[in-house]
Design a protein around this ligand. Structure first.
Ligand SMILES: [Zn+2]
Length: 232
């Protein structure tokens, strides 16, 4: 059974033109919400022909491409090479814009432990721990990210079914449990640099572990939320 989430509503929507440092430009519809479960200022970005994608979905066609992206100040804004968040965000914006869909920008920095703790974890990683061990050494979970607000935003936008742009099995698993019908997982590209090689290796090992556990577990029936009102 999907977990019951409170209903959120759109509080504003506004169009913002984007220009990335590499010259790529596009226009997004930015949605803000009332009633998100953790009270944080999460955003949904409608990219490309997102309205057409909603129409196709409502007519029983292919669900839109959706990526939940967790905030990474160092990677998204400053181009830190310790992770691959910046290039992943840049790739996601373009791939979603090409087909029409949504990027959910989630304010859960550092796998949910926050910015300062993430930087503390970097210091521990410099001492030899991997990204997960470092979080645990700080007394935090390996990965505290939670996709409840993402599921709420999707329900509010009228997106009960998605093609999920993600290589992280945990995102698909959590969203399914929260009532989002993940019909397909579309993998992201790998952005390797000398500074993020160990980080990416730890991430890949963790994903493989989760895949194995998922394959072993009995297949739970996928939950489904009722189709929400289309909000534009
Ligand atoms: Zn990052």
């Amino acid at each position: 059974m999907p977990e019951a989430l409170p209903v959120a509503t759109v509080r504003t929507q506004v169009t913002v033109p984007l220009a990335f440092p590499d010259g790529y430009t596009t226009t997004v519809r930015v949605f803000t919400f009332k009633g998100l479960i953790d009270g944080r200022e999460h955003l949904a970005l409608g990219l490309g022909d997102w309205a057409g994608a909603l129409d196709r979905l409502a007519a029983g066609g292919e669900p839109p491409l959706v990526r939940p992206h967790s905030e990474c100040l160092t990677g998204d804004v400053f181009g830190s090479q310790r992770c691959d968040c910046g290039p992943q965000l840049r790739e996601a914006v373009q791939r979603i814009a090409e087909t029409g869909g949504f990027l959910l920008y989630l304010r859960q920095e550092g796998r949910g432990i926050g910015l300062y703790a993430k930087l503390d974890a970097y210091a521990l990683q410099d001492a030899g721990l991997d990204t997960y061990q470092a979080n645990v050494a700080l007394g935090r979970g390996e990965d505290e990210r939670d996709y409840s607000a993402a599921a709420q935003m999707l329900a509010t936008l009228g997106v009960p079914r998605v093609r999920l742009l993600s290589s992280n099995p945990d995102k698909a698993e959590q969203l399914t449990r929260l009532g989002v019908d993940v019909v397909e997982r579309v993998p992201t590209s790998i952005f390797l640099s000398p500074a993020n090689a160990e980080y990416l290796a730890a991430k890949a090992a963790k994903a493989a572990e989760a895949e194995a556990a998922e394959a072993e577990a009995a297949q739970a029936p996928a939950g489904r939320t009722p189709d929400g009102p289309v909000s534009r």
